[in-house]
Design a protein around this ligand. Structure first.
Ligand SMILES: Cc1cc2nc3c(=O)[nH]c(=O)nc-3n(C[C@H](O)[C@H](O)[C@H](O)COP(=O)(O)OP(=O)(O)OC[C@H]3O[C@@H](n4cnc5c(N)ncnc54)[C@H](O)[C@@H]3O)c2cc1C
Length: 374
């Protein structure tokens, strides 16, 4: 890569970007998917003026509909990030070995000191191709994770299952469990049942955002779905919930971390939604009802998932704590919880606090029972 042009695949890349950001005043981020938004906001918070160049006609087009994308775009603008949708980069311009600008396909030039490419990853399939396995974008596999050769299997980002790869840690674990079942002929030990692994979170400082299940560009008039939304573009907030059969089957939440966490919990735990689904948003926004009930570590049932990336339940974490884990790091080493996107760290801390509160005060009184709420 030209000096000043970066990708973000591993820690070394991240260190390179951070080092360049120390002296850069302007940056171009190519691609407004999850990673592009995380990089753009990270750079903006370092005081860099950021241009986000995205080929699709709206931001995060796989997860966001038009209205949600518009809310994100104005939130980004408030953070100092200017978005160019429907645009693509044709050339990086350099002078004396340094990046000075990029040229977009419409011929316009955007001055910049650095470029970060977040335009997606391509699975490394060369070994599979050389072995004669059918490959498309990734290594093609069936529902059992078998490739074109029945004795060779593929899981994780390199695999292309019938429904497509999501590029998320949780899908890899789901596939690993499936494969264990296929190879041993029985359910893998510690199997947690069906897990919903399509919750996409943007971990961008200054802009909470989560999308799950049915979201983005879908048919909102489909009679199977009841779709409710709240829009507050001025406040940078947008919430849409999609309910079907008494459960949350999709949601998009921008600008409110608490509501996002509540909706994620309802979706992944498949809790029944209130008969009036509007309460999902109204009660959640007011900080009561469903929100409080689903996010308190004390209320988690043992079967509830805490770490969705690694499908770790509250029961497994309690067990690890009972076995002597006293810190989040211990719990991570014992269960893998928190080692994916890290979103569940607060819940793990809460479970640790609940445990220490109960062991510090073995005879809980009404006054001490609520200690871990504080
Ligand atoms: C910056 C970034 C942030 C991310 N954030 C999240 C997130 O918040 N949540 C989430 O769920 N997902 C996230 N992801 C995606 C997540 O990292 C991947 O889905 C996950 O790592 C896939 O696991 P894997 O084991 O399939 O592949 P990888 O983690 O890529 O591991 C594959 C390994 O195989 C090695 N390898 C390749 N070819 C060969 C060969 N021929 N021989 C031997 N070894 C080989 C590679 O070097 C690599 O070490 C993120 C990804 C990136 C890049």
């Amino acid at each position: 890569l030209i000096p000043g042009v970066f990708v973000l695949k591993d820690m070394a890349d991240a260190h390179g970007i951070v080092a360049a950001a120390a002296t850069a005043r302007r940056a171009v981020v190519l691609g407004a998917g999850v990673l592009g938004l995380e990089v753009a906001t990270g750079l903006a918070l370092r005081g860099i003026s950021v241009r986000l160049v995205h080929i699709a006609d709206r931001l995060m087009e796989r997860q966001l509909g038009w209205e949600a994308s518009a809310v994100v775009e104005s939130s980004l603008r408030r953070l100092g990030i200017e978005s160019h949708t429907g645009a693509s980069l044709s050339r990086v311009i350099t002078a004396k070995g340094k990046v000075t600008a990029v040229r977009l396909e419409d011929g316009s030039e955007v001055p910049t000191d650095m470029v970060v490419m977040c335009a997606g990853t391509i699975p490394e399939t060369s070994l599979a191709r050389a072995a004669g396995l059918p490959c498309d974008r990734g290594v093609i596999v069936d529902e059992c994770m078998a490739t074109g050769d029945a004795q060779i299997f593929a899981i994780g980002d390199c695999a292309q299952p019938p429904g497509g790869g999501r590029g998320l840690v949780a899908q890899g674990w789901e596939q690993a469990r499936t494969l264990v079942g296929v190879l041993t002929g029985r359910s893998p030990a510690g199997e947690q049942g069906e897990v919903t692994s399509d919750v996409v979170r943007v971990k961008a400082s200054g802009m909470a955002m989560v999308a799950m299940g049915i979201c983005g560009d879908f048919d909102r008039s489909d009679p199977r779905y009841r779709v409710l939304s709240l829009k507050d573009p001025e406040g940078g907030r947008y919430v849409e919930v999609v309910v079907s059969g008494g459960h949350l089957v999709g949601a998009t939440c921008i600008g409110d971390a608490d509501v996002a966490a509540t909706l994620s919990a309802l979706y992944t735990r498949q809790l029944p939604v209130p008969s009036d689904p509007a309460q999902l948003m109204i009660r959640a926004l007011s900080g009561g009802g469903v929100a409080a009930a689903t996010r308190d570590p004390q209320d988690l049932a043992d079967a509830d998932h805490v770490c969705n990336c690694n499908t770790v339940t509250a029961g497994q974490i309690r067990h690890a704590i009972g076995d002597g884990c006293t810190t989040v790091k211990d719990v991570a080493a014992a269960t893998r919880a928190t080692t994916g996107c890290g979103d569940c760290t607060g819940l793990v801390e809460g479970l640790l606090s609940c445990h220490s509160a109960s062991t510090d005060q073995p005879e809980a009184t009404p006054a001490t029972q609520g200690a871990c709420h504080e």
